[in-house]
Structure formats: structure tokens, C-alpha cells
Ligand binder design. Sequence first.
Ligand code: ADP
Ligand code: MG
Length: 745
Amino acid sequence: MRLSLSDFPGQDSDFLSKGICDFDRMDRKKNKEIKIKKKGKRKEGDFSQLFASHVFHESEMKKRLPDRVFKQVQKARETGDALEPAVAQVVADAMKDWALEHGATHFTHWFQPMTGFTAEKHDSFVVPVGDGRAITRFSYKELIKGEPDASSFPSGGLRATFEARGYTAWDMSSPAFLKEDEGGVTLCIPTAFCSYTGEALDKKTPLLRSMDAISREAVRLLHILGKKEVSKVIATVGPEQEYFLIREEHYQQRQDLVFTGRTLFGCRPPKGQEMEDHYFASIKEPIAAFMRELDEELWKVGVSARTRHNEVAPSQHELAPMFNSANIACDHNQIVMETMKKIAARHGLVCLLHEKPFAYVNGSGKHNNWSLQTDTGENLLEPGHTPEKNITFLIFLAAVIRAVDEHADLMRIAAATPGNDHRLGANEAPPAIISIYLGDQLTSIMAELAGEQGEKGLHREDLLRIGTSSLSPLPLDSSDRNRTSPFAFTGNKFEFRMVPSTASIAAANFTLNTIVADSLARLCDELEQSDDPLKESMKLAGQIYKQHSRVVFNGNNYSSEWVQEAQRRGLPNISNTVDAAEAIVSEKTVSMYEKHKVFSRTELESRYEIVLDGYINTIRIEARSMLDIATRFIVPSVIEYRAFLADTIRSLREAGADATVEVANLAELSGHLLEFDVRLKRLQESIHAAEKKEENGSRALARAFRDEVFAAMNALRETADTLESQVAREFWPLPSYGEILYHIV
Ligand code: ADP
Ligand code: MG
């Protein structure tokens, strides 16, 4: 359906023919009608109007584009071919008209540079032409390509060798949407970001490439298995996002939170999470109000926020959307993080996404649920009622097991941020050792295929007896041991549980997609030689399991026995980001990524630099923030409190009263202040010494920050926390953990 003039109250015919729009005369009534009421009781049926009301989705496009154009867009989306300029212009016009109807004044290419955040540069639709009149213009060129000045985004050296220009290219697989806030309404066009010569400078490009790779290889395998009707396989992802909400006034009083996203000081609160009374607890009203507004904002832009609940730590919560294609899920997760921060501010709260904002209580992560779905609607990781006979499922399962075992180091770096180094292996999140939870039943089936006994020696008869009538034959997701696994099979998908809460989920998914694509490709190479690929598939699945069963572990991943056992099995245990980064540039990685056209060697080398730079900068900023807070806040406060104690002692003595306790307190405090001063100087020196390593390259610099600076930071914190426990509240310069976590003013 094309628009008619009646859709634009107050506009004359120039508006439709030439895009001339008189904003002064424009009747805003229409826009007001379209906007859904923010507050008040929602009427029945409102939800369906609200959901995706700010998205230029497929049905909106179908409604607005001539049939022929719509079909061309669909085809281009399938093939990845460029649209003819004339066709692209029709799409651009329709998109602009739709955006204007919703009150948009600007458009932006919305992209995901290597900062981990999204970036946008707004351009106005409006071009004044005098007489108080203005043209609204949006050319197809502006839709399909942008040229942000990209020289200030991390490029890991790519910038030095290539043109400083960056290009953004329209990603037709993720729909445009409207962002509405105090800044007005902006049309956001999801784009990929690359250099002049096509090197990826963002998170989306490799994700899209990896989705092509896994589709290509999965379709190839399905065709061998006789499923010729499948022409595309989509990686599906549902990311669960954890976060903290604290009061804004507490945040503003903590420079450590402002500068680094985590608290660098803070002694253990009287109450942490030991009572386990926060997890799934009823949601307090102010938080519920935040969640409600968050859900509504997300629904508008098509994010299907579905589950919300309190998490383990006090003040910690979680949001989970319905799964989507990996690309859209990744875009949506960026929107979720951004919207959480925005809505929190409206409620006098601050949303903390850091992996470890507080010591002593759990940090935050993301559970990245991942599966593969055919364009005919089949979930390839759905075992069905008789998994032991489901060849497609078993061969795909085997491919995943091999991929994860062979590329555990890549899975590890996909989950690495300096913040996550605090969590992994600290008995609150999976350890740094990558293993797979399959559950007893699948383990037993795979072991049988491999001609060996399962880990627990469980026989199928036992399982059938336990299972078929009342229980589904799937592994039970609720068991404790499952929750400790970094990569758990949860019925019809894998849940990658190590993903950092701050990070884009792109890395987790381009890694999974590519390593599994590679494993599938090798299976295809073998099966293509076989006369009986179905039979051969079962055999190969068994062989693969036999070779890679070391990566399967159904026990408690938090136990120290597992660390020993994993070492015996030869599984890597990489404790920190700096060491994990090495996997990015290993020959094995480079050849795999190049083979599947996901990354070139140059791109990988640049990403290695970006990870190390990110690590160095994070620790450097944390160390500097510590020095600043210690010198300008903590030391003066302790000195003041000491003077107060000394005054008190003097007065007591003058009055002939007993001052034994005060004297003892003063002596103890003085001792710790002295220790604090020594440790402060040590931290200063360690930063100075580390910086000197720069001439030996970023690896040496990162290691120095990890081994010297980080250790000195921990020592300083230890003394600060002791001091905090000894100084009267009114003298201590920072809100305590107890106050922050329990929102005590
Ligand atoms: P759990 O309770 O085990 O965490 P849920 O059913 O609540 O599992 O799902 C968690 C997340 O997994 C949700 O985001 C959900 O949409 C997603 N999910 C479900 N099925 C799939 C699938 N086939 N592929 C990817 N994600 C999925
Ligand atoms: Mg989960």
C-alpha cells in the first residue's frame, strides 16, 4: 500500500511528490495518536499495537512497498546481493515516510565498533529551502552506505595500514527501528562497519560471515542426509542478561563505579547472598516499575523481552528475551543493555552491567542459548523422543562436541574480558575450563555409539524405565551439576554460560558458528565419499565421540577435583584474558577462520591487539582510580578520624576518664594507615614499572599490568577494607556495600 495524502494531515501535495514538508504546519495530532500512552492502565489489545510499533519490519514493508519492490528486497536479503538504485530509493522513501509519521527528525547508521558499545551519528532528514519550508530527503545512498569518520574507533593497527575512513553498510537482515528519547525520535539503520578495503572493524561483520559459513556447511550436510528441501540454516540465539540496579546517589559518590564500572574498595557487608533470599524473590515496587518501563520500551523496538526475575546477589536481576536469529539477537542485546541504562536513569537508579561490580557476592554474566534451525522449521538440536535413532541430531551433536573440544581456547577468549577474569573459576560462574554437559542419557547414547561405557555406565533400559512415560527423555535442566557447566545441553539447545555481562554476544556466536561450521565441513568431506551416508554418519558420530569425549563432563564444575581431573584429561585451563588472547592468532585459528571466510589473518591480528589494549587500559584506569580515591578520599578521612580519636583521648584524660579502648583503636588504626601508605606507594611504583614494558610490545605490557599492577591493587584494597571496618561511618568517604546493595540511604 502506498501512502496517500490523508496519512499526512496538514501537508500539501508537494510532500508526497517531492518530499517537501512544512513542519510548522504539520499537525502533530496524527503522531500523538500513533504514540502509545506511556503511563496509565493498558487496555486489552494495546500490547499488540505496542509490540514492534517502532520497527520497520517485514509486514510494515510489505504494506508500504509495491509488490515487485518488496519481492526484490526479500530476494536481496536471501542472496545478499545489492539492490538496484531505483529499487533502493523506493525502500528509502518508504522507510523515511514511516519514520516521519512516527515523529522522526533524524536517521543514523547504527553500528557496533570494537568498543563493545553501539555507535551512531545522526543526520537530519530535513533540508531547509527558505520560505519557512523544508524538504525531507533520504536518498538510497544514505540508506545503504555511510562514511562515519572512523579514525577514533579501535582498529588494532588496521588504521595505520589502511585509509582512515570507515564505511557502514546497511544490514538488510536486521530491521530498522526508531529510537525515542529526550533527544527526539531517530531512525536507526543497523549496519556493518568496515575499512576502505573491506576489513571488518566491528562485531557484526564477522557474525554475519559466520552465519553464512554455518548455513553453508549445515545445508551441505543435510543434503547428504537426504534433506534436500532445506536451503538455509539459521543460528538461533537467546541471550539472558544479568544486571545490578543501584541508587544513583550511591553511584555518584563512588568514583570507582563511575570510572571503572566496579567497586575497587569495599569491605564485606554484614549480609551478602548467604540467605539465598533474593533469587526469584518477589520484585520490590521501584524495581518492578523499572522493569515494566524497560519491557515496554523494548517491546516497542521489537525486542521480545519475556522473562524477568531477581538474581542471586542482592540488587541483581535478569532479563531474557525470546530467541531470534543470531544477528538480530545480537543487535537486540545491544539495545537491551543500552535501554536498561536509559530507563534506570529515569527511575533515579543506575544499571551496572559489569561482570563483577561487587566483591563477596555473585557477579553478572550472560547465558547465550544457541541452536541451529532450518528454513523448513526444524531445530537441528532437538533430540526428539528417540534420540538414539535421530541421525540428524546425533551427527550435529557430534560435530558440536568435536568443535568445542578442538577449539576450547577460542571459546575461552570469546568469553574473556578483564571483568570476567574475576568470575570464571570463582565458584559463582563456570570455571575457565571449557567442558560440555550432555546429561546422563545423551552421554550414554553417545558412548554406546562409540562402543564404550558412558561416564556413569547408565544403560538405555534404565533410562527408558525412568523416562518415557512421565519424564521427557531429555536431560533434566534443573539439576545442580548442570548449572555449573560452561556449555550445557539444555534439551534442544546449548547454553554457553561463560559469556561476560558487558560484552557483545557477537564473539560468542561467531566463534560457535565457525568452529561448528568447520567440524561440519569435515564431516561432509568424509560423507561425500560414502555410498551409505546415513549408516556412515552413525559410525562417524561414534568415532568423533570416542576421540572427543574428554570434553564431556556431567559433574560439578565448581569442585577442585574437576580442576585436577581436567588437567589429567589435558583440557586447557586459561585463567585470564591476557593468556586467552593468544588463541586469536594461533596458526590453527587463522587457517580455520580464513577457510570459512570469517576473518582474514590481518583482521585476527588486529583483534588480538584490540583485546590486549582493552585489557591494559582497563587495569590502568582501575589502578589510577584506586590511587585517586586512596589519596584524595581515604587517606584524608582516616587522618581526620585519627585526629578525632586523639582529641577524644585528650578530653577523656583531662576529665580523668578511662581511654583504654580509644587508645587501642588509635594504635590499630595508625598501624593500618601506615600499611596503606606503603601499599599505595607500591601501586604507584608498579604502574610506573609496568609502563616501561611498553617498548617490548603490548603482550609484555599486558602481562606487567596483570602480574604487577593487579597484584598491587589487590594488596591496597585489602588494607582499605580493613580501615573501612575500623572508621566511624560518618568519617568514611564512600557508601558501604551494605548501603549500596540494600539501597539504604
Ligand atoms: P532455561 O530456563 O533453561 O534457561 P528457557 O526456556 O527459559 O531455558 O530459555 C532460555 C533462553 O533460551 C530464552 O531466551 C529462550 O528464548 C532461548 N531459547 C529457547 N529455544 C532456543 C533455541 N532453539 N535456540 C536458541 N535459543 C533458544
Ligand atoms: Mg538459563
